[in-house]
Design a protein around this ligand. Structure first.
Ligand code: PEP
Length: 250
């Protein structure tokens, strides 16, 4: 049985006070959603104060990105061991904004995933098609390509420690949510890809999150699909009521 994971991606939002305030409220109210795992991913500069605000609450801390190398001349970058050093447990990798705004490739995401696992972090590896790809009937091919390329060095031993997020690019931050049927179709395909690539046991153990305009009022329909094991939430994760409302739907 896969325990749902509700992850908040705060992107480049909040300031220090708002980040600490939001984390404090989520931590205080985490007990309202005992059936799900909760995760918040603040901007990297606020990871340490958010860690303190979460204290011992059962809310995990995640980063939004990292570099694949462990140290060196990579100005502006942060390594997996640095994230671990400030108490981070998860890292989002290959988010559509990283792929499409910053040009990250499947090959880079694969290297980052390997490095995250080696450091003991849980990577959340994101895949998702653009609107024109969906309209051209290419969704399954795009997802297969991103899945295969982003996990190319991930063995069956390593795979159970990853999380996958399906985030259709056309649904991120647009208010256009995928229907439960559209999302479930891709999640079921991803589960099949995991069986093909690894085996049934590994495939059944991996959580596949849906992301793209998840809100409290559409969360139940999405989260009750058989292959949807949680949500990666952007905009709605910036309001404690909405984030916890989604968690309650899980
Ligand atoms: C995201 O940033 O991963 C996301 C899904 O954003 P939103 O919920 O705002 O669509």
């Amino acid at each position: 049985m896969r325990r749902p994971l509700i992850a908040g991606n705060w992107k480049m939002n909040t300031d220090r006070a708002a980040a600490v305030g939001l984390a404090t409220v989520v931590a205080q109210r985490a007990g309202e959603a005992p059936e799900v795992d909760l995760l918040v991913c603040p901007p990297s500069i606020y990871l340490a104060p958010v860690r303190e605000a979460l204290a011992d609450a059962r809310v995990s801390l995640g980063a939004q990105n990292m570099h694949q190398e462990s140290a060196g001349a990579y100005t502006g970058e942060i390594s997996a061991s640095m994230l671990c050093d400030v108490g981070v447990q998860y890292v989002i990798l290959g988010h559509s904004e990283r792929r499409h705004v910053f040009g990250e490739t499947n090959a880079q995401i694969n290297l980052k995933t390997v490095a995250a696992l080696a450091a003991g972090l849980t990577p959340i590896v994101c895949v998702g098609e653009k609107l024109e790809q969906r309209e051209a009937g290419k969704t399954a091919a795009v997802i297969r390509d991103q899945f295969t390329g982003s996990l190319s060095d991930i063995t069956a031993d390593m795979a159970p420690r990853i999380v996958i997020a399906y985030e259709p690019v056309w649904a991120i931050g647009t208010g256009k949510v995928a229907t439960p049927e559209q999302a479930e179709e891709v999640h079921a395909d991803l589960r099949k890809l995991l069986v093909e690539r690894y085996n049934g046991e590994v495939a059944e153990s991996i959580r596949i999150l849906y992301g793209g305009s998840v809100k409290p009022d559409n969360a139940t329909q999405l989260l009750t699909q058989p292959n949807i094991d949680g949500a990666l939430v952007g905009g709605a994760s910036l309001k404690a009521d909405d984030f916890l409302g989604i968690a309650l739907a899980g």
